[in-house]
Design a protein around this ligand. Structure first.
Ligand SMILES: *Cc1c(COP(=O)(O)O)cnc(C)c1O
Ligand SMILES: [Zn+2]
Length: 428
């Protein structure tokens, strides 16, 4: 799956007024994940033959660790492995990536894992991993001469799109479910005048976006018609984890699953690094984390089936609340092939996960990260995850985005009169 294609069919049709030479770096075509049919690079996302999802393929030149290490401390250090032009650093962007990879010995002790790391993507420009994918989508939108930069969103994409568009000086329009947490709405609206709240869940918003993308000229919806470019941005998480471990792939990685794109791209990144000889080939296991209130992939994994039944999301993990995940089938494929699993946890476990990470490592994560921590705990307890193996947990977003989730969980230990005796009475 998702092999690095080095030979492509050069007979691919190129539109008369296509993108400029080098617009997509070492990317050479879009290939269907299902039937392999290839189309020229453009604003396409579905296979004209079978409607399968299109994915970027590349012809990579030889690339060394030193060349990458000499690059900027953001995702563009991997520009040779992304569908972006070679001069990408010179165009205005919010420069996400190269976030910290932290040893998590305290959390490891709590969970019984000997060798644990947290990849902390809450420190990206708009405090979630979505800045990575949106930066790649923005580059594609520009190269394709889009007039409007847009997205249907579970929250974080809207914020990332609105901020990146503001900095790049391109009009943004972002669509969210109207029941989204208030802080996330403010987080997007601060960057754009064009926040549209849609009465419905994410899947309804997504459907509307696809319709607009089909009707309107020149709209680049990051996760719809430029999704193949957008999705590639998630590979940088895999590259960074390997580079920050000293060019080594970890034994186990735990990744939250919404559409499933991020998980599949971390796997693609590891495969590319191996093929390019940048890391040693070794077995690794990939685990997916979902909330019980929206766990269609976890359910299919447990049932041992490939059929993912769409669900109506009902969970505090709103950034993971995609009831009909586009890449769910590939998540099943990868977790099964690598000897991983997809597990789900309750909203209460998610809240406990958030508090646990905060109290052990000083990292405040949003509900998606609470889900990942709680799933990691459950996987150790059920003997699925090997606690003796090097493990990386990905924290994809900042806790300030979902304060409500834990505001009933934590607070003042005591409210006292401003006197020493009152303080002593607290026993602190
Ligand atoms: C979007 C998102 C994810 C998952 O992304 P997919 O690639 O759609 O699976 C995880 N965490 C956070 C915080 C997100 O915003
Ligand atoms: Zn196809």
């Amino acid at each position: 799956m998702s092999a690095v294609v080095t030979e492509v069919d050069r007979q691919v049709d190129t539109p008369a007024s296509g993108p400029r030479e080098g617009a997509f770096g070492n990317a050479v075509a879009l290939a269907c994940r299902e039937c392999g049919h290839q189309v020229a690079l453009g604003p396409f996302y579905a296979c004209p033959e079978c409607f399968g999802p299109l994915e970027i393929t590349y012809e990579f030149p030889a690339i060394t660790r030193e060349e990458i290490e000499a690059g900027p401390r953001n995702i563009w250090r991997y520009k040779a492995l992304l569908p972006v032009p070679t001069d990408i650093e010179s165009s205005p962007n919010t420069e996400p990536g190269f976030t910290r990879l932290l040893r998590a010995d305290n959390l490891g002790r709590e969970l019984g894992i000997e060798n644990l790391w947290v990849k902390d993507d809450s420190t990206n420009p708009t405090n979630s991993f979505k800045d990575r994918v949106v930066a790649c989508a923005l580059s594609a939108a520009r190269e394709l001469d889009a007039k409007v930069f847009a997205c249907p969103s579970t929250g974080n994409p809207a914020t990332a799109v609105a901020a990146a568009g503001a900095r790049a000086g391109i009009k943004t329009v972002v669509f969210i479910p109207s029941n989204l947490e208030q802080p996330k709405q403010v987080n997007s609206a601060i960057f754009t005048e064009n926040l549209v709240a849609v009465e419905g869940n994410y899947d309804d918003v997504n459907k509307l976006a696809s319709e607009i993308a089909g009707e309107e000229e020149g709209w680049a919806f990051v996760n719809v018609n430029v999704r193949p470019y957008y999705a590639e941005g998630s590979k940088t998480l895999g590259y960074e984890i390997a580079e920050q471990l000293g060019w080594r792939i970890p034994d186990q990685v735990v990744i939250p699953v919404a559409s499933g794109s991020q998980l599949t791209k971390v796997d693609k990144a590891f495969q590319e690094l191996i093929k390019l000889g940048l890391v040693e080939d070794k077995p690794y296991r990939i685990f997916g984390a979902q909330a019980e209130g929206c766990g269609p992939v976890a359910t299919a994994f447990k049932n041992g089936t490939d059929a993912i039944r769409p669900v109506k999301p009902d969970t505090i993990a709103k950034s993971l609340a995609i009831g009909n995940p586009a890449d769910g089938i590939y998540v099943l494929d990868i977790t099964r092939r690598t000897g991983g699993a997809v597990e789900e946890v309750t909203d209460d476990e998610i809240r406990e996960g958030i508090v646990l990470l905060a109290r052990t490592e000083g990292i405040f994560t949003e509900t998606a990260g609470g889900t990942t921590v709680a799933v990691t705990k459950k996987l150790v307890e059920t003997g699925v995850l090997d606690p003796t193996k090097e493990t990386v947990v990905i924290n994809t977003g900042h806790g300030l985005k979902t304060l409500d989730a834990v505001s009933g969980q934590v607070g003042a230990a005591a409210t006292i009169a401003p006197t020493y005796s009152a303080f002593k009475a607290t026993g602190l």
